[in-house]
Design a protein. Structure first.
Length: 255
């Protein structure tokens, strides 16, 4: 059955989707109330366990830009591994953090006092959960509305933003993530190593804020199709971006 890129089907397939803790529970509540996420579970959390999010599209839906096998392994193996290891680490370290879906917020706020296993796997779970939701079949193009005007005010144009985001992605050494973050209505591009993210309360996170766009630059995100050609992967990724979701995240976070 072919993928129907309508909002109705998007919402129907997004019922079990996680995009992680955004910065505060009040922000999450606003997203719950928004039409785009009206049937989306922000934190898939049952019986004291985090669960792997269900993608709002099939593994082959992002082809030819991101191949089916990469998506299947990335989601069902790598991300599932972070979920499993996060639950295990919390069980053995601090079960109180598993009392509610707000655990990710508590973890990121108190990250410097928690074991590396929690930091790495909580980051991996959040980061990937956001990564899936900001992509879609037949995506790409440019943002609209307030996000577009804020980009123009910050970088001069969308093309300049895209250039600087791509440059940050190419220049980052080793594994990690590149982000578009919003903080007090202002936008910034940042990069973090491994599974760290801009929500983590650490001195090593130079640019803090709420991520609204995430690019995974670990090799497992692209090596099967692109081998060591990160630039090729990044160029393809721009064609699957779901700007509607990114715009919604931006709008909610600047209110």
């Amino acid at each position: 059955m072919k993928y129907n890129n309508s909002r109705r089907v998007f919402l129907k397939k997004s019922n079990a989707l996680v995009i992680g803790a955004i910065a505060s529970w009040s922000v999450i509540s606003k997203i719950f109330a928004s039409p785009l996420f009206s049937k989306t579970e922000m934190i898939k959390f049952e019986e004291g366990k985090f669960l792997l999010p269900v993608l709002p599209y099939t593994y082959d839906s992002l082809e030819p830009h991101i191949d089916k096998l990469t998506m299947e392994i990335h989601h069902s193996k790598h991300h599932q591994g972070y979920v499993n290891n996060l639950n295990k680490a919390l069980e053995t370290s601090d079960k109180s953090l598993l009392e509610s879906p707000q655990a990710l917020i508590k973890i990121f706020d108190n990250i410097i006092n928690l074991p590396p296993a929690i930091r790495n796997n909580a980051g991996g779970h959040y980061n990937h959960s956001l990564f899936w939701i900001i992509m879609k079949p037949n995506g790409g193009g440019k943002p609209k509305g307030k996000l577009a005007s804020t980009m123009d005010a910050t970088w001069g144009s969308f093309d300049e933003f895209k250039k600087q985001f791509t440059d940050a992605s190419l220049k980052h050494f080793g594994s990690g993530w590149v982000w578009l973050v919003v903080n007090k209505g202002k936008l910034a591009i940042s990069a973090t190593s491994n599974q760290d993210n801009p929500l983590m309360n650490m001195d090593s996170i130079l640019i803090k804020g709420t991520p609204i766009l995430a690019l995974d630059i670990w090799e497992h995100a692209y090596y099967l199709k692109n081998q060591n050609r990160r630039a090729e992967y990044i160029a393809s990724w721009w064609n699957v971006l779901n700007w509607e979701v990114v715009e919604s995240l931006f709008t909610i976070n600047v209110k």
